[in-house]
Design a protein around this ligand. Structure first.
Ligand SMILES: [Ca+2]
Ligand SMILES: [Ca+2]
Ligand SMILES: [Ca+2]
Length: 315
């Protein structure tokens, strides 16, 4: 199928630019999407998770067009050269290196994949960082990099459940209903902490979509899940572990008002964290916002544990 791109005309109407921008030339079986600046040139690129055909990376050519470069950049196939059932996907700077890596989940027996970004090229590091064993028997859908414990390292949440409701008949070790998965990032290695994170993580459900936000403004990320044939689930993060946080509410002026495409870099005594139009946690002493317009705004001595509204300065 052709992926679709609609240009916002700014007057309440949209124009189909799928062909004009070059994306229609590379059809796929798209189930998930992650938008980030994968090559660090300041322009947002598009990753598409495809089901059982090669994954795709559309590089922004900075002139309204995109080129598909997944094979060249190392994102098209896993480390064994296989395509897989890419479903949920998210991009995040899990190593605090300044570069967004790509997490893609898959069907059972395929492992969830982590493609580590090194200056715009990617390596499948799934097995070397401890993800392979803890995800081999699972099937993942909605997912996101969230720093659930505000320790400055992005962790992974995955809504799970096998696609076939009678999978146990043919593969007794796999399950149609599965609890969600929470993986804690310890300086670039991942550990399954689901067991100690609340009863939902031992409750088998048929989860599909997951949405993330700080619902009660306490600085700790909460999660909403929807399920096949089940009620919606809201997970409140009890947080309260003493770690600091800050939430940015960015308002673009020269850039788009929602600041889509802005990059925030936090500088602390412990190093740096980068986020792409999102919330961020941990202690902070200075931060830098690169707006989509190219304007770079530096904030010094920002207080923690607050929601900070930042308006884009004029040139
Ligand atoms: Ca880019
Ligand atoms: Ca964390
Ligand atoms: Ca919260």
């Amino acid at each position: 199928m052709t992926h679709l791109v609609f240009h916002n005309n700014g007057d309440g109407t949209f124009t189909d630019v799928s062909k004009k921008c070059g994306i229609a030339g590379s059809p796929g079986k798209g189930l998930g999407i992650a938008i980030n600046d994968f090559d660090g040139d300041g322009w947002p690129d598009i990753f598409v998770a495809n089901d059982s055909v090669p994954e795709q990376l559309f590089r922004n050519n900075r002139n309204g067009t995109f080129s598909e470069i997944a094979l060249l950049s190392g994102l098209a196939y896993d480390q064994n050269g296989h395509a897989f059932a890419g479903m949920g996907v998210d991009a995040g700077d899990y190593k605090n290196s300044g570069w967004p890596s790509v997490f893609v989940n898959a069907l059972a027996n395929q492992k969830y994949k982590l493609f580590q970004n090194s200056k715009g090229t990617f390596d499948d590091v799934t097995d070397s960082i401890g993800l392979g064993a803890s995800t081999m028997s699972h099937s993942g859908w909605g997912t996101k990099w969230i720093d659930y414990d505000n320790d400055g390292w992005l962790d992974l949440f995955v809504a799970q459940g096998h696609v076939m409701d009678n999978i146990e008949l043919t593969e007794p070790t796999l399950h149609h209903l599965e609890p969600p998965l929470l993986l804690k990032n310890e300086q670039g290695r991942f550990f399954n902490v689901s067991g100690g994170s609340g009863s939902i993580f031992t409750t088998p459900i048929s989860a599909r979509g997951a949405a993330f936000g700080d619902l009660d403004n306490d600085g700790f990320m909460d999660i909403a899940i929807n399920c096949n044939d089940g009620h919606a689930i809201i997970l409140r993060n009890r947080g309260n572990n003493g770690n600091h946080w800050i939430t940015f509410n960015l308002i673009g002026a020269s850039s788009n008002r929602d600041a889509i495409g802005a990059k925030i870099r936090l500088l602390t005594g412990a190093g740096q964290q980068t986020r792409f139009v999102s919330t961020a946690g941990s202690y902070i002493s200075a931060s830098e916002i690169t707006w989509p317009s190219g304007i770079v705004q530096r904030l010094e001595s920002v207080s923690v544990d607050q929601i900070l509204t930042v308006k884009e300065p004029s040139r």
